[in-house]
Design a protein around this ligand. Structure first.
Ligand code: PMP
Length: 383
């Protein structure tokens, strides 16, 4: 079996698994404890924070450990909305955000906040003119992702940051960075980002750990209260082993990012040139997308039929994104990009990882061509 679902989750680095086990065994003490074992655990946690901060070129005090980006996105959006409601009750986002951002905004609407959902173009790129129009005096927060989890579309964050801050210097910019970190360069200061969320399991780290960057001077209303951990921003006994293991994955991912980018670009080129020759297949990502996500539709066929047919041939791919793969509705992201319902209902995502080789991509193209050839008569018969 070849695993092509790295945008859903990645296999952890060996070092991450070893570190996790070692810290769990040796440093299980609560880092808030006053005794020497507690102090040793606290020291490890402090070091992990420094390593994570260095991987993002920010200060250790700006790193909050979370359980992942769903929590980080909720903390950033709801926490900013609640903290700064005296500035206004207007939020801006796009129609193509991950559900952990999109649903947060929907929830805030039910509580009286006004949300502007910016349109995107056919490649999924946010309309910057619409952003310029949308930022107002009472806009508390703009939340725009780095890389789209379904299509790999990369948002022009430096321009986004410039427009937002020119229009209203007090408006905060939140970036959901989950699908970009370790794959593309990250430039928080150039983007003028105030808040940035990550999930460790998307960059070969442990599941259930994440980072929320909170720029110095920005306050968030804490969603989880009950203790003074994480400087009072997120209560609860710390996951020291998770933090140390995540910091290792972050350092390695940052170090290997340029070479991984080149390798994935090469694989993607081979892949795209192969699948463009398959009749009936509609490509939803482009050369301008992040190289590790390739998204296409095979209209007329339920995507789960394609997933299972590829699985039979040893290839594990996904429909849409992991968070919505069990829902039968068309992809909101593809509909926002102007695709018709048929295309938006038949999406398949292939996401690449560090272990893939050119031969794997060639084999996947071959298998895909075969599966599409076998399934074509089914579509024609039923269509
Ligand atoms: N944002 C994006 C863009 C994602 O792809 C994901 C994971 N599917 C998340 C947020 C949420 O991450 P997690 O499920 O690890 O909390």
């Amino acid at each position: 079996m070849i695993y092509w679902d790295h945008a859903a989750t990645t296999p952890p680095f060996d070092e991450v698994v070893d570190t996790m086990a070692e810290v769990m065994k040796m440093h299980y003490a609560n880092p808030s404890a006053l005794h020497r074992s507690g102090e040793a655990a606290a020291k490890l946690q402090k070091r992990a924070r420094e390593v994570c901060a260095a991987a993002l070129d920010v200060r250790p005090a700006e790193i909050v450990f979370t359980s992942g980006a769903t929590e980080g996105n909720n903390m950033a959006i709801k926490g900013a909305a609640m903290q700064y409601s005296s500035r206004g009750r207007h939020i801006i986002t796009t129609g193509t955000e991950h559900p952990s951002v999109y649903e947060c905004c929907k929830q805030l609407e039910t509580l009286g906040w006004e949300v502007t959902y910016l349109p995107v173009d056919a490649l999924g790129i946010v309309d910057l003119a619409a952003l310029k129009e949308a930022v107002r005096k009472d806009t508390v927060l703009v939340s725009i992702m780095h890389v789209n989890n379904e299509t790999g579309a990369i948002q022009p964050l430096a321009e986004v940051g410039r427009i937002v801050k020119e229009r209203n210097a007090r408006t905060l910019l939140h970036v959901d960075g989950v699908q970009g970190f370790g794959k593309l360069p990250v430039a928080l200061s150039e983007w003028q980002a105030d808040l940035y969320s990550l999930s460790a399991h998307k960059f070969n780290g442990p599941r259930g750990m994440g980072v929320l960057f909170v720029k110095q001077g920005v306050q968030l209303f804490p969603l989880i209260s009950g203790g003074s951990q994480e400087s009072g921003q997120r209560a609860g006994t710390e996951n020291v082993a998770g933090a140390v293991a995540m910091s290792k994955a972050m350092r390695l991912s940052r170090e290997h990012q340029p070479e991984l980018y080149d390798k994935m670009t090469e694989l993607r080129e081979l892949f795209l040139s192969g699948i463009r020759k398959i009749p009936g297949l509609v490509l939803n990502s482009s050369e301008a997308s992040a190289p590790h996500i390739i998204h296409f539709s095979y209209p007329g066929l339920k995507p789960e039929v394609m997933v299972h047919a590829l699985e039979e041939m040893g290839m594990l791919v996904s429909t849409k994104s992991a968070c919505s793969s069990k829902l039968s509705e068309p992809s909101r992201v593809l509909l926002e990009m102007g695709k018709d319902r048929e295309v938006a209902s038949s999406g398949i995502r292939i996401s690449l990882g560090k272990e893939h080789q050119l031969g794997d991509a060639a084999r996947l193209v071959e298998v895909l061509a075969k599966v599409c050839g076998n399934l074509r008569p089914v579509i024609e018969r039923e269509g």
